[in-house]
Design a protein around this ligand. Structure first.
Ligand SMILES: [Zn+2]
Length: 368
């Protein structure tokens, strides 16, 4: 925008030029609701925060003033972020959103309601439609969703829809390289992260990533047809899953410390008594988001591991050999894909993995 100073806003967002310029253009005369739609890890959350900062900042989004910094840190009272607590958006949350939308801004003349994961809106959709359609003039909705299920279509028709594309692996790898990761590793990390920049960055800071990958790739040669072996290996893999959460927990602890520090500073400014938190600190939402991210990390790791395991059998297929070996490899890949597809429906990783490895171990012909 003309005359706009150098800004940190949208700096974390890569490969979404069209979406970012739409959002930047929208700041001039914002409408009542925006829906950011695109796959996980494509930059929706970072964009939503930067957009909210632009909407609330007195300078139109310089990215560096006190307002911008508080919005980006999630502690500005006129940024109200809603995080779902269960697997779906609930009617209860819809009611809270409607109440919040009706309240006047605290500091400025505008407030932003940020609603995440709206592909999970389910039956709460109709309860929210009226509010999202006609909020008070001071309220702007910034909603994110990974895709557009039928329940979201009506809400979407009341919003300006901004599409986020899946990031090409090369773009994710390039972003990692810009952060100092070596080229070959950057592409491997981008692949293992399935093109999600947030996950790729997490893996880049995880020294155990290679160890875990090799553990999965070693499974076929370790299986000996014995059920006890399969069960033992499944146990090891689940232990790897547990440890894979460590870098995420470290990041979460840093976020909590940052939130506490910001709240303490804000209390100083407003003269609030030490130890007394303002009503809305975002701590509960942060906790909810962290819990979901941990669950998601485990699922992601399991999927990445299964993909690495299937890769070994695919390599066997590609290497040729007797047709019996090929048939076993095809069957093994099928079994792995079946579990991969069912992960969302059955959360018991250990039992599922044990069952898979026992079946894989029974595939008689092995290439050694
Ligand atoms: Zn600002």
């Amino acid at each position: 925008m003309e005359g706009m100073p150098d800004t940190q806003l949208f700096a974390d967002v890569i490969g979404q030029d069209a979406a970012v310029s739409s959002l930047r253009a929208a700041i001039v005369r914002p409408v009542h609701a925006y829906l950011l739609v695109g796959p996980a890890g494509s930059g929706k959350r970072a964009s939503a925060l930067s957009f909210a900062a632009s909407l609330l900042c007195a300078a139109g989004g310089d990215g560096t003033c006190d307002i911008c910094r508080r919005v980006l840190g999630g502690i500005h009272p006129d940024l109200v972020a809603f995080e779902r607590e269960g697997p779906w958006i609930t009617i209860g949350m819809a009611q809270q959103v409607s109440l919040a939308a009706a309240r006047s801004p605290v500091e400025g003349d505008r407030k932003v309601l940020m609603l995440s994961d709206f592909h999970l809106v389910k039956e709460a959709g109709p309860a929210l439609l009226k509010t999202i359609e006609e909020p008070p003039p001071s309220t702007v909705f910034v909603i994110t969703a990974e895709f557009m299920p039928p329940e979201l279509v009506t809400i979407a028709s009341r919003c300006v829809v901004i599409e986020f594309r899946p990031l090409p692996l090369e773009a994710v790898a390039a972003a990692l390289q810009a952060g100092g990761v070596e080229a070959g590793l950057a592409l491997e990390l981008a692949t293992a992260a399935d093109g999600r920049l947030d996950r790729a960055r997490l893996l880049a800071g995880d020294s155990e990533f290679g160890v875990r990958r090799r553990a999965w790739q070693a499974v076929p040669e370790r299986l000996d047809g014995n059920g006890a072996t399969a069960v033992a290996i499944a146990g090891e893999l689940v232990a790897h899953l547990e440890r894979s959460v460590a870098p995420l927990r470290a990041r979460h602890e840093a976020e909590v410390a940052e939130l506490d520090a910001r709240v303490a500073r804000a209390n100083e400014v407003t003269g609030a008594k030490a130890g007394k938190r303002p009503a809305k600190t975002g701590a509960k939402e942060l906790e909810e988001r962290h819990r979901r991210e941990i669950r998601r990390q485990r699922t992601d790791e399991l999927r990445a591991g299964l993909a690495a395991l299937a890769g070994v059998y695919r390599d066997r297929l590609a290497a040729g050999g007797p047709s019996s070996v090929a048939g076993d490899a095809v069957e093994s890949v099928r079994l792995i894909q079946e579990l991969y597809a069912n992960l969302a429906y059955n959360p018991n990783e250990l039992l599922q993995l044990q069952a898979l490895l026992v079946k894989l171990g029974r595939q008689p012909a092995r290439v050694g």
